[in-house]
Design a protein around this ligand. Structure first.
Ligand code: BG6
Length: 492
């Protein structure tokens, strides 16, 4: 069990304190860390939001959120009594800097605390919040600001936000969050690659045929219809979570775990992504949108129905083929796909190794499947390696793939903390390794912008897919054209 070291005494200001992220993720994460003794007695959580609200009303809303978002049996009345003492509420409109009296008062006299401003709001408010903190003299040497994704909606808007925040905070005070980097299994990718010598010689062209990354969700857009319709799957999932997975998978070994050593390697991957021209985009990408269907036996509405019938060309599914132009990965395609309302919640990286160069089993020619390494990110986190083996028996020589299967839950026997728990503690400790540096976010946008532009100029169609499927048929064709197929649960 990893050691739990308390973090320095802090004041965490959550802008967007009444919002979905605060209620569903941040406050439950803080409750857990507090319960486990990582939060010192004097640390405080200050929720800030536009409307006026009495502290007791805010506490009731938090209690309700904890009761519904914590796992069964985790809410404890006596712990809630002590946790709630830490929580305060202030009214602060991001654009009305002259009206931030309540926040100024709440922070006055606490300058020695680590001070973290968490922007759990729309990105269009990030610059204004940073400006308000500066104008009101609330930025101390011990201050940090956390920016939620998506950071902007393209390269230009991301640069504007970074500039605005950069006028108030130095780069080492800015924590750009991508919660996938806080997931245990994503960090395990570093352990798998760099704490084992086994894979490194094979982790390259010449040995790997191709890589598939799937991040599938069975949920739809739920209560976020309006937000989601402005964003879509490419900006919501690919620009950040999936490109970060590509980086960790494909980067050169960093010289240490120092934050800049890792980020220096990740950015090289982003800069080596082959830019896609409008023609490439048509050939290498698929956009989809779900229609009504059934998931686990229950019928679910289509995306347009969830929008109350309003038409939309926002993609809820995207599949892409990308290439990394460097010595290690030249000509090794990476196929990525993500979508809402797919068959189930299922995220994994599948590495298909090359075929054996010559088969000594002529009569088994078609039975020798390539080795596969599957890194299961969620659920049922683990690593599985499929190898060919001889079927036991006296006659003939029958081969079949069998799996060496490591389940983290069985091996370590512990549940995983939510990614936000780790990330919040890292911000409070002042360790930016699991956060994105400015140049990373901008490099990711600059590649994504090419796809958005390609979609716009060619008017690329959004293909329908039935909820509960693996996405539109064009997604299978993307691989079929290269004589490949997606590995989904039913293969292996
Ligand atoms: C968020 C996206 O960043 O990640 C959501 O905005 C998505 O649309 C979520 O559902 C997926 O996260 P996880 O941890 O459930 O895989």
């Amino acid at each position: 069990m990893a050691q739990l070291i308390p973090v320095d005494t802090f004041d965490l200001i959550i802008f967007g304190g009444t919002g979905d992220l605060a209620m569903r993720k941040l406050l439950p994460a803080l409750y857990h860390r507090d319960r486990d003794g990582q939060v010192t007695a004097d640390s405080r959580i200050i929720a800030a939001s536009r409307g006026a609200m009495a502290r007791d009303d805010y506490l009731s809303a938090v209690e309700e959120a904890l009761r519904s978002n914590l796992r069964d049996g985790e809410f404890d009345d006596s712990h809630w009594q002590s946790f709630s003492q830490r929580i305060h509420y202030v009214q602060a409109d991001a654009f009305e800097h002259g009206e931030w009296h309540e926040l100024v008062e709440a922070l006055s006299g606490y300058e020695e605390h680590v001070r973290v401003a968490y922007c759990a709001t729309a990105p269009s408010l990030f610059g204004a919040i940073a400006g308000g903190l500066k104008t009101n003299g609330l930025i101390t040497d011990n201050s940090r600001i956390v920016l939620e994704k998506p950071l902007g909606r393209d390269y230009e808007s991301a640069c504007e936000i970074n500039n605005a925040v950069g006028e108030c905070f130095s780069e080492n005070q800015v924590y750009r969050i991508d919660h996938y980097l806080g997931k245990e299994t994503v960090q395990n990718l570093l352990a798998l690659r760099f704490a084992n010598s086994l894979f490194e010689p094979l982790w390259r062209r010449g040995h790997i045929d191709h890589v598939q990354i799937t991040v599938a969700e069975d949920l739809g857009v739920g209560g976020r219809v309006e937000f989601y319709d402005r964003v879509g799957a490419l900006r919501d999932m690919v620009q950040n979570h999936i490109l970060q997975l590509v980086c960790l998978f494909a980067m050169e070994p960093p010289s240490s775990l120092h934050h800049d050593a890792v980020r220096d390697e990740k950015i090289k991957v982003l800069r080596a992504l082959r830019p896609l021209s409008a023609d490439d985009v048509r050939a290498s990408s698929v956009r989809g949108q779900y229609t009504a269907g059934a998931i686990s036996g229950s019928t679910v509405p289509g995306y347009i129905d969830e929008r109350g019938g309003d038409s939309s060309t926002t993609e809820t599914f995207v599949a892409l083929k990308l290439e990394i132009e460097n010595w290690r990965w030249s000509n090794v395609p990476f196929y990525l796909r993500t979508g809402k309302r797919l068959t189930g919640k299922h995220s994994e990286i599948v590495v298909q190794f090359q075929d054996v160069p010559h088969s000594i089993f002529p009569e088994q020619k078609y039975n020798v499947s390539p080795n596969l390494l599957r890194i299961r990110l969620q659920p049922d986190e683990g690593v599985q390696l499929s190898v060919m083996a001889k079927e036991p028996g006296p006659g003939g020589f029958d081969l079949r793939p069998v799996s060496l299967d490591l389940s983290f839950a069985e091996t370590f026997g512990v549940g995983y903390p939510d990614a936000y728990e780790r990330l919040l503690m890292e911000v409070l400790r002042g360790n930016p390794a699991l956060f994105m540096r400015r140049d990373e976010v901008e490099a990711a946008w600059s590649w994504i912008d090419g796809i958005i532009e390609g979609w716009e100029t060619s008017n690329q169609k959004v293909e329908s897919y039935v909820a509960g499927s693996w996405g539109p048929p064009a997604s299978s064709l993307l691989l079929d054209r290269d004589d490949r197929a997606w590995y989904s649960d039913d293969r292996i």
